[in-house]
Design a protein around this ligand. Structure first.
Ligand code: IPD
Ligand code: CA
Ligand code: CA
Length: 272
């Protein structure tokens, strides 16, 4: 029988294997290309190789589990267990040696998230959560912030790759939140880590349009286990599909959602 402790230990081993490849890529150089002919969405050889290493580690331990990875897609195995993997979240940062990127691994059982791990190899920070056991940074438990006021709150966002309607909605949101007197808004460049910063009380809210399941699955689970709320723009639980993502500490989540009312309307109209 598969236990969540076994899952945690295999996920940590997989993240370490990915880390080796990523550090080697930074030392020796790694080939960078554009994804599917898009203008700004990068992929490196280290992305592809580290996902392969993660998939190999998972398959050795759990040959019957399925895996959905950003680079390799869905392995298509019929299983109660699904691993959702982003080998490098923050490839733009990685390709420029900016030390804010991560490996993100979530595990779903019968459609529900039960485990999440997000590791920043250059900061030696591994966030993880096991269902019912809270969230951790390395070996220390973390809790989201107790802030109840916008004026004492730091927000994090991200910009969707396309330069159309969605970036306009994000820029409008910056104006809205600054108008409410928040401390500031950061754009760090790895949604998975951003959600872990919400988990660890380093920020009070996170909002981004157009994240894929592998970007948010682990981070959203970790933030939730640390006491935060993470939903789509209508306040519904996130599903394993491209999504509008709105996370915040419990006291502020209703207000953040209300301020993102235009996102809710755009989400209703979107085909995602
Ligand atoms: C990206 C990062 C970034 C977010 C983008 C994502 P990638 O993931 O999470 O912070 O703004 O929307 O696509 O492409 O580096 O794996
Ligand atoms: Ca990503
Ligand atoms: Ca990625």
């Amino acid at each position: 029988m598969t236990s969540l402790q076994q899952i945690a230990s295999v996920a940590k081993k997989a993240a370490l294997a990915a880390r080796e490849i990523q550090l080697k890529g930074l030392r020796d150089g790694t080939q960078i290309s554009l994804k599917g002919g898009k203008t700004h969405d990068l992929v490196t050889v280290a992305d592809v190789e580290s996902e392969k290493a993660i998939a190999r580690t998972v398959a050795e331990a759990f040959p019957d589990h399925n895996l959905l990875g950003e680079e390799g897609g869905d392995q298509g195995r019929s299983s109660e267990w699904l691993w959702v993997v982003d080998p490098i979240d923050g490839t733009t940062n990685y390709s420029r040696h900016i030390p804010y990127f991560s490996t993100s691994i979530a595990v779903y059982h019968q459609g529900r998230p039960v485990f999440g791990l997000v590791a920043n190899p250059l900061a030696d920070e591994t966030f993880f959560a096991i269902e019912g056991e809270g969230a951790y940074l390395n070996d220390t438990p973390v809790q989201c912030s107790a802030s109840t006021e916008f004026t004492q709150s730091l927000f994090i966002t991200g910009f969707y790759y396309d330069r159309g309607k969605n970036i306009e909605l994000t820029l409008d949101a910056l104006r809205t939140f600054y108008g409410k007197g928040i401390m500031g808004i950061r754009r760090f460049g790895s949604a998975a880590l951003d959600l872990c910063y919400l988990a660890a009380g380093r920020a009070e809210a996170f909002f981004e349009i157009g994240l894929n399941a592998w970007d948010f699955a682990a981070g959203a689970f970790i933030a939730t286990q640390a006491g935060a709320r993470v939903t789509d723009a209508a306040g519904r639980p996130l599903r394993l599909k491209k999504s509008y993502v709105v996370g915040a500490v419990p006291a502020l989540h209703p207000q953040v959602l209300a301020d993102l009312e235009p996102w809710k309307r755009a989400e209703e109209l979107s085909s995602w």
